[in-house]
Design a protein around this ligand. Structure first.
Ligand code: BDR
Ligand code: CA
Length: 324
């Protein structure tokens, strides 16, 4: 059983990733920590409780609210993609009697400081904790900056972020999670903790088809299916309108997929750095992924460069609808 801390900024695709992770029989999610990202951290934390409520989940022992500001840059968000509440505006949906379809869930006890929770768990389970990071890396960087020795006892960091040989999704150069806090990402890559990167290079190979997913949600015919339908709707619409896509990319679920099924992926070792100052290229992840080069710097990460899309989607759709 792998001990996991899931660090997230929910987020529509985060919601799908959380569902995969907390219901996996092979993963023990010790804590879910939130961070400023797709929307503000308070909203992300509220979304987390809503998602866990929709899942009927009582398994996550600790929820902790994380950092509200990136290390050095001003906050950005992705509410134009994920909705003003970060969950496709489900919190505004009302039934025919005017009652909210998804009222705020009573929050389970939320620890005040995600960084403290991460440090406590890494110390409690030395060399056993995997940090699964699907938002900006601010919490992780703060833990490393304040307690570098203790954090070396992290077993692995798996992070969704970066763009190497493809365009970015927030600027031409950069992927959102790294762009939102590039200095934090650089701290993480400098940490000497084993890292696997799940960048746009692979997540852009996994499109969730809108029509197929909608049909499956309707067929599911339960509370969870309705929630999935409602929270993904505006995300599908956004990608159709602005990118001409008949679906959206499963960025964060792909990172969970790597954790559970690394065999679906091709990886290469690489020395990854982050552009923190470039006006046009802020947040670009830079690495030489060519395996035949001599004199390459010592790798600090494994970078996912290929994915078996069919196998991943099979796993994803099976798991995501396996709830009552
Ligand atoms: C990442 O950015 C966020 O908007 C998504 O939740 C995902 O973590 C993709 O670039
Ligand atoms: Ca995310």
């Amino acid at each position: 059983m792998q001990h996991i801390i899931l660090d997230t900024d929910p987020g529509v695709d985060d919601a799908l990733a959380i569902a995969l992770a907390v219901n996996s029989s092979g993963l023990k999610v010790e804590a879910v920590t939130t961070v400023n990202g797709n929307v503000g951290v308070d909203c992300c934390t509220r979304n987390l409780s809503l998602i866990l409520g929709a899942l009927g989940n009582t398994k996550v022992p600790i929820i902790a609210k994380g950092e509200s500001q990136p290390l050095s840059v001003s906050p950005v968000d992705a509410s134009h993609v994920h909705g003003s509440d970060g969950l496709g505006d489900v919190t505004r949906l009302c039934d025919s009697s005017g009652n909210r379809c998804y009222p705020d869930m009573p929050l389970p006890a939320v620890a005040a400081c995600a960084v403290d929770v991460i440090l406590t768990l890494v110390k409690r389970y030395p060399d056993q904790i995997t940090l699964l990071c699907i938002g900006p890396l601010t919490n992780i960087a703060k833990a490393i900056l304040t307690h570098p020795i203790e954090m070396k006892k992290t077993r692995e960091i798996i992070l969704m972020g970066g763009a190497f040989e493809v365009y970015g999704n927030v600027t031409v150069s950069a992927e959102f999670n790294v762009y939102a806090d590039p200095h934090a990402a650089q701290v993480v890559f400098d940490s000497e903790i084993p890292i696997t990167v799940v960048p746009l290079d692979v997540t852009h190979q996994v499109l969730l088809n809108a029509k197929q997913f909608e049909k499956m949600c309707i067929r599911h015919n339960g509370k969870w299916g309705r929630f999935l339908l409602d929270c993904t709707r505006s995300c599908f619409e956004f990608h159709c309108r602005y990118e001409g896509l008949d679906g959206f990319y499963l960025h964060d679920p792909v990172a969970v997929g790597y954790l559970e099924h690394p065999g679906f992926f091709d990886t290469v070792p690489a020395y990854v750095q982050v552009e923190t100052v470039g006006e046009l290229t802020r947040g670009r992840t830079v690495a030489d992924l060519r395996s035949d080069r001599i004199d390459r710097p010592k790798p600090n990460a494994q970078v996912c460069v290929g994915i078996n899309t069919g196998q991943f989607l099979g796993y994803f759709l099976d798991r995501i609808f396996a709830f009552a």
